[in-house]
Design a protein around this ligand. Structure first.
Ligand code: 5AD
Ligand code: SF4
Length: 437
C-alpha cells in the first residue's frame, strides 16, 4: 500500500494542511498519484462549513461503496472531526477518520493501517499541538502559505469551526519567521499567513508578539515582496494592523474582513461580538490609510430571524463600504452549533432571493469601483497563461485579477515574475490590461 491520492475541499487552511499531509506521507515512503483509480490509499480532506460542502465527501465515497477495488479510504479534516466514528457506519469502506488537530499522529496511524487495522481514528480536539513540519510539499512555487494560528475560540452561532478545529493555538514567532526566511531562500516571494482568526495570534514565546507585530516582521524578511493574511475577525482587528500596512511596503493592500450581516440585531444573534457601528469604525481606519486598501467580506443571508429590514441593513452596508468583492452564502444549519436550536426559519427560496439581490447589488458596486482603475498602472505577480484568451493572468496587490497581453514576451514564461501592467478595461470581477515593461 504505497501509492496515495488526495482530494481537498474547503478553505486555504485545508489546502495548506493537505500540503503538509502530502509531505508527511511522502516522507513515510508513499507516492502521490493523480487519480483515485491509480491509488491504493485514497484521502479526502473535507470541509463542513455548510451542508453542501459536507455532502461532497459522501458523494465521493458513494462512488466506491460497492466496489472499493481493494483501496483503503481515509477521511481527514472538518467532516472527519465532526462526524467521527459515525463515518465508519455511513461508509463502511472507510478505514481511517482523522481531524486536523491529530495530523501529528499520522505516521503512527499509517502504521496501524498497514498492520490491517480497519478502524483507525485521530479525533482528539483537546490539544496544544500545532501541525508544524519541515516536510510540506507546496503546490505553488511562488506563493506559500504559513499557518500562524490553528483553531478558533469564538462562538459564532452558525459556525462549525470551533468544533472541527478545536481551541486556538499559536505558533512561536521564531518558528513562523524561520519558515518565512527558509521560503524566501527557496525563491518564494509571496507569503500568505493563515488562521481561522489570524488577528488573535499571540506568540507563546516570551517575546509575546501580537498579530500586527508578526505581520510586520514577516514583511521585513529579505526576499519577501508580498504578504497577505486571512481570515480576520472584526472584533480582534485592531488599528496597529492598518498602521503596519501603511508603513511596510511588502504588506499587500488588501484586507478580508467578514461582516456576515449589516444588522446589529442579527450580529448579536450570531454572537459576533461587534455592532454594525463598531465594524464600520474598522472600515473607516482602512479608508483613512495612506495606502489604497482593498476590502472584501463574507455575508450570510437567511440567518434565523433575519427580517426584511435586517436584510436591507446588509444591503445598505454594502453600499456604504463599497467592498471590492464579497462572498455571499445562504445560512446552513450545522451540527453542534448554538444556532441549531433556532431552527431554519427562512425558507430556502427566500434565502436564494436575498442572496441574488445582494450579489446583484455588489456586482454594480464592483463595476463602478473597477472602472476607476482604467488607466492606472498596477504591479502584478504573474500566476500563469490562459491559452484560450492568449492573456497572462496577473494578481495585483489588492488581490484583483488583471489579465494582460504581452506580445514581446514571445516564448518566455512570465509565471512568478512581477510586471507592470496598464489597465485598459474593467469588468465586475476582473481587469484587463497591457504590459508596460
Ligand atoms: N451557513 C452559511 N454560511 C456560513 N459560513 C460559515 N458558517 C456558515 C453557515 N453555517 C460562511 C461565513 C464565513 C465563511 C467562510 O462561510 O460567511 O465567513
Ligand atoms: Fe471548511 Fe471551515 Fe473546515 Fe475550512 S475550517 S475546511 S472552511 S469547515
Amino acid at each position: 500500500m504505497k501509492t496515495f491520492y488526495i482530494e481537498t475541499f474547503g478553505c486555504q487552511m485545508n489546502a495548506h494542511d493537505s500540503e503538509k499531509v502530502i509531505g508527511t506521507l511522502v516522507s513515510e515512503g508513499y507516492t502521490q498519484v493523480p487519480t483515485p483509480d491509480a491509488a491504493e490509499l485514497v484521502f479526502y480532506n473535507t470541509c463542513s462549513i455548510r451542508d453542501k460542502a459536507e455532502q461532497k465527501v459522501f458523494h465521493r465515497l458513494d462512488q466506491f461503496k460497492r466496489d472499493g477495488k481493494g483501496k483503503t479510504f481515509a477521511v481527514l479534516g472538518c467532516v472527519a472531526q465532526q462526524e467521527g466514528a459515525k463515518i465508519f457506519e455511513k461508509a463502511p469502506h472507510v478505514s481511517m477518520v482523522c481531524g486536523s488537530a491529530s495530523y501529528n499522529q499520522l505516521p503512527q496511524m499509517l502504521v496501524q493501517l498497514e498492520a490491517g487495522n480497519r478502524r483507525v481514528t485521530g479525533l482528539n480536539l483537546d490539544t496544544e499541538d500545532t501541525f508544524e513540519t519541515p516536510l510540506t510539499r507546496r503546490n505553488n512555487p511562488h506563493r506559500a502559505y504559513i499557518t500562524i494560528i490553528e483553531g478558533c475560540d469564538k462562538a459564532c452561532a452558525y459556525c462549525v469551526v470551533p468544533f472541527t478545529r478545536g481551541p486556538e493555538r499559536s505558533r512561536t514567532s521564531e518558528s513562523v519567521l524561520s519558515e518565512a526566511r527558509q521560503l524566501a531562500d527557496m525563491g518564494y516571494s509571496e507569503i500568505q499567513l493563515l488562521g481561522q482568526n489570524v488577528n488573535s495570534y499571540r506568540d507563546p514565546s516570551p517575546a509575546g508578539w501580537d498579530f500586527a507585530q508578526i505581520l510586520d516582521a514577516v514583511g521585513r524578511v529579505a526576499g519577501i515582496r508580498r504578504v497577505r493574511f486571512t481570515t480576520s475577525h472584526p472584533r480582534d482587528f485592531v488599528k496597529p494592523i492598518v498602521d503596519a500596512i501603511d508603513s511596510n511596503p511588502a504588506l499587500c493592500n488588501h484586507v478580508h474582513l467578514p461582516v456576515q450581516s449589516g444588522s446589529t440585531r442579527v450580529l448579536e444573534a450570531m454572537q459576533r461580538l461587534y455592532t454594525r457601528e463598531q465594524y464600520l469604525e474598522r472600515i473607516a481606519w482602512m479608508k483613512a490609510a495612506r495606502r489604497p486598501i482593498a476590502i472584501t467580506s463574507d455575508i450570510i443571508v437567511g440567518f434565523p430571524g433575519e427580517t426584511e429590514a435586517d436584510f436591507e441593513a446588509t444591503l445598505g452596508l454594502l453600499d456604504e463600504v463599497e467592498y471590492d468583492a464579497i462572498f455571499g452564502f445562504k445560512y446552513s444549519r450545522r451540527p453542534n452549533t448554538p444556532a441549531l436550536a433556532l431552527g431554519d426559519q427562512i425558507p430556502e427560496e427566500e434565502k436564494s432571493r436575498r442572496l441574488a439581490i445582494a450579489q446583484e447589488r455588489q456586482r454594480q458596486i464592483q463595476i463602478r469601483r473597477n472602472a476607476g482603475y482604467v488607466g492606472a498602472v498596477e504591479e502584478c505577480l504573474v500566476e500563469g497563461f490562459n491559452k484560450a484568451t492568449g492573456q497572462w493572468i496577473g494578481r495585483t496587490t489588492q488581490h484583483k485579477t488583471l489579465n494582460f497581453l504581452h506580445a514581446a514576451a514571445g516564448g518566455d514564461d512570465l509565471t512568478g515574475k512581477y510586471v507592470a501592467v496598464r489597465v485598459t478595461r474593467a469588468g465586475p470581477n476582473s481587469l484587463v490590461g497591457e504590459w508596460v515593461g
